[in-house]
Design a protein around this ligand. Structure first.
Ligand code: PMP
Ligand code: GLU
Length: 397
């Protein structure tokens, strides 16, 4: 028998990926599954970006690139940070990676020593905890409740900090809750963080453009914490480029160099063709994303309306990303046929079996009372899914 490492044995499989794999298998077996499990836009990559990729191939941009990305790509990311976020990051503060997932892993592995504590507000994105585990750090989870719109307060943050705290990781807009921190709320967090300059914060802003509440706010805008913040972003969400694999950071120079060294040994640079296409995306005016954002906004309202019609389902109003994260704990202890619902995992499996709708359990995101619905699907599909969910929930008693 092959002996695997303790590291991989202790790692959970990504619940988002596991659920989408499961629904793909069921679909292949002929079941009429609606999958709202994966955080993936259902739009196609804009044509001008595809054209830039074709041109790149034809011009033979097909070789290794600098590990952190082409110079002109990093220059265009620097301009994007200035234009959209008011952030000054020079080229040597930027590292381009194979997706924001790798960007986050690079930073965690560059900062966290075994036993260091990493503060993670819950609900959190599935991979944060597992990446911290790989670095042998200790996650310190701060629970944020639905009544607080799933936001942590400055006091909660201060109370979680110990002499061992080295890092904090959070996302705004948030996956899985859709919560968007306001400038004022980020300022309050910054006032705590500035007293602990040894703490590095990963501010995951990959959903920045999918924001219905107005302007995106970055934590790094506050000069008192600028040197502690790594701003993570990428192309997957706003530009519908999940398969192209490009994420990036803006970071203090020492951290950028560390990440360059890390990926120089692990993966080298991301795909040369993707990088050339990314330059086109960086130079584009984000105003062209308006139609897509409006579509997400309409879908959010549709899903919320339908959830509000379901007895026992409680939801906040997510201001960004493309997820709703309702509390479904009302159904715990209820049964139908051979099913007894003890927790969110059971409810997800029940909905997959009875409603043929694939969602993701809140347990994977650090909130066992909730389930995540990704509304990156057409309005017609969403209506069908919500009606199936409603019928299946109504059967539980
Ligand atoms: N951060 C968050 C909050 C995400 O939802 C995702 C999902 N893809 C990522 C990072 C990783 O994105 P990428 O596809 O760029 O690796
Ligand atoms: N981030 C997306 C999600 O949360 C895609 C899946 C993944 O990368 O884990 O569903």
């Amino acid at each position: 028998m092959i002996q695997l490492s303790d590291r991989i044995n202790s790692m959970e499989e990504s619940a988002t990926i596991a659920m989408s794999r499961k629904s793909r298998e069921l679909k292949a077996a002929g079941k009429d599954i609606i999958s709202l499990s994966l955080g993936e836009p259902d739009f196609f990559t804009p044509q001008f970006i595809k054209d830039a990729a074709l041109e790149a191939m034809n011009k033979n941009f097909t070789m290794y690139t600098p590990v952190s990305g082409y110079d002109d790509l990093r220059e265009s990311i620097s301009l994007k940070f200035k234009r959209d976020n008011g952030l000054e990051y020079s080229k040597d503060q930027i590292v381009v990676s194979t997706g924001a997932k790798q960007s986050i892993a690079n930073v965690v592995l560059s900062i966290v020593n075994p036993g260091d504590e990493v503060i993670i507000p819950a609900p959190y994105w599935v991979s944060y905890l597992e990446i911290v585990k790989v670095a042998e750090g200790t996650s310190v989870v701060i629970p944020a409740t639905i009544d607080a719109d799933f936001k942590i307060s400055a006091t909660q943050l201060r109370n979680a900090i110990t002499p061992k705290t080295r890092m904090m990781i959070f996302s705004t807009p948030c996956n899985p809750t859709g919560t968007v921190y306001t400038k004022h709320e980020l300022y309050d967090l910054a006032q705590v963080l500035k007293d602990f300059p040894q703490i590095i914060v990963i501010s995951d802003e990959i959903y920045e453009h999918i924001n219905f509440s107005g302007k995106h706010e970055s934590l790094a805008q506050f000069p008192e914490v600028y040197n502690q913040v790594v701003t993570v972003n990428g192309l997957s969400k706003a530009w519908a480029m999940t398969g192209w694999r490009l994420g990036y950071i803006g970071a203090p120079k020492e951290i950028a160099s560390a990440c360059d060294k890390m990926q120089g040994q692990f993966t080298s640079a991301t795909c040369s063709i993707t990088q050339r296409a990314a330059i086109a995306a960086m130079h584009a005016d984000p105003a062209i994303l308006k139609d897509m954002i409006n579509a997400f906004h309409r879908r959010r309202d549709l899903v919320l309306d339908k959830l509000n019609e379901m007895e026992g389902v409680q939801s906040n109003v997510p201001e960004g990303a493309f997820y709703v994260f309702p509390d479904i704990s009302h159904f715990f202890g209820k049964s139908y046929k051979e099913w007894t619902i003890e927790n969110a995992n059971d409810l997800c499996l029940y909905l997959l079996d009875e409603a043929l709708v694939a969602l993701v359990t809140g347990e994977a995101f650090g909130d066992p009372n909730c389930i995540r619905i990704s509304y990156a699907a057409s309005e017609e599909t969403l209506l069908d899914a919500m009606s199936r969910i409603k019928d299946a929930l109504a059967k539980l008693s």
